[in-house]
Design a protein around this ligand. Structure first.
Ligand SMILES: Cc1ncc(COP(=O)(O)O)c(C=O)c1O
Length: 377
């Protein structure tokens, strides 16, 4: 049997990983500023994480949501505390798309409406409604096409006001990334997020903060949307939540009342997933990782802005986009194959840095030094 060939692959096999370092099968060492797409939050094979997962696996790895799983309650309490949303409710699932799917669905159950406002440049996942709310017609199959999703220009306050004025009573939810990731590291403006909050309040629509990539402490705040000083109704999260173990969730405001079978999943919230989730939050708290992300991120952003070759540096904390002119489109490849540094990318010609939140200043300096060389070829 062959693999279904949907991924363009780099010819590298990673066989060992520790912190922000990975090694390939030939023993070559790499600095990992990509984290497998913003997933590695507390560093590869963190000892506390390994121990917690190993201990849990030796006790019970999985049972379904037909029995009590106290680890879920522990995780909800811890997440409430670390995120500052102690009165929110947690629903656990397995991936970012699934988190968004559930959030959109729950919003529609809540207000009985069908329309979703999404934004140009958005990426919310590849499942049915999540992909319909993603601004990439290439990955929307005919069966997923729907008139229920309306795309508006990102950060355009007038367009948003107009949409609510035109059909506000049909709008179920507004879904927005705090910082668009796939869209090229573009931050939602503070007034725009505040406007979403106030229009959703006026029209009883639901404000969904897609924090799958920009959340979980990456920007220095637990949810990057919270820089706007207003709460979302629902926060969706995944990637960094399990440091590589598949776990996702939605944090739901108290006004939403659950009923049995409203949402559900077989794997979501299993024992191993919760152990991974707990380990991540414990390390984040213990090692002040949000503060580190803010500090090392601010340093990197300031230093990157000094490079005259760079068109623009965007982002916050350890979610950074470096936009380069078209003629420097080989820099990402140079970084990987010549300087041995993993980074991400986005269009047009944006290098994305999404490292572990415990990246050190020494790592940052290593990158800056090698970025300079990679710019030369
Ligand atoms: C902002 C955002 N939302 C949702 C998703 C989908 O997450 P997953 O791939 O876990 O389904 C992604 C993945 O890149 C993302 O960046």
């Amino acid at each position: 049997m062959n693999l279904f060939d949907v991924y363009p692959l780099n010819d590298i096999e990673i066989v060992k990983a520790l912190g922000s370092t990975v090694w390939d099968a030939e023993g070559q060492e790499y600095l990992d500023l990509y984290g497998g797409h913003a997933v590695i939050s507390i560093g590869h094979t963190h000892p506390h994480y390994v121990k917690r997962l190993t201990d849990q696996l030796a006790k019970v790895g999985f049972y379904s949501n037909s029995v009590k799983i106290p680890l879920q309650t522990e995780l909800a309490e811890k997440l409430g505390k670390v995120s500052g949303k102690t009165d929110y409710q947690l629903f656990l699932c397995n991936s970012g798309a699934e988190a968004n799917e559930n959030a959109l669905k729950m919003a529609s159950f809540y207000n009985g409406r069908k329309k979703v406002i999404a934004f140009k440049g958005a990426f919310h996942g590849r499942t049915s409604l999540a992909v319909s709310a993603t601004d990439n017609p290439k990955i929307i199959a005919p069966v997923n096409q729907t008139e229920n999703v309306v795309f508006l220009p990102f950060n355009d306050e007038e367009a948003l006001k107009q949409a609510f004025a035109d059909f506000g009573n049909e709008i179920s939810s507004v879904i927005i990334e705090g910082i668009q990731g796939v869209g090229g590291i573009r931050e939602a403006s503070v007034p725009f997020l505040q406007l979403i909050r106030s229009l959703c309040d006026t029209y009883n629509a639901v404000y969904i903060a897609d924090s799958v990539q920009c959340g979980y402490g990456r920007t220095g705040h637990f949810y990057s949307h919270d820089y706007a000083g207003v709460n979302a109704d629902v926060y969706t999260m995944a990637k960094g939540m399990g440091n590589g173990f598949p776990i996702a969730g939605i944090s739901i405001a108290p006004k939403f009342k659950p009923w049995h079978y409203m949402l559900g999943t077989t794997f979501g919230g299993n024992h191993l997933a919760c152990a991974a989730g707990m380990a991540v939050l414990e390390v984040m708290e213990e090692d002040n990782l949000m503060q580190n992300a803010a500090e090392v991120g601010a340093y990197l952003i300031a230093e990157l802005k000094q490079f005259k070759e760079v068109k623009e540096v965007r982002g916050r904390g350890l979610m950074i986009g470096i936009e380069l002119p078209e003629e420097l489109n080989q820099v990402k490849k140079n970084l990987l194959f010549k300087q041995h540094i993993f980074t991400g990318e986005a269009k047009p010609n944006v290098i994305r840095l999404l490292p572990a939140l415990n990246l050190t200043k020494a790592h940052a300096d290593h990158f800056l030094e090698h970025f300079k060389i990679a710019l030369q070829g």
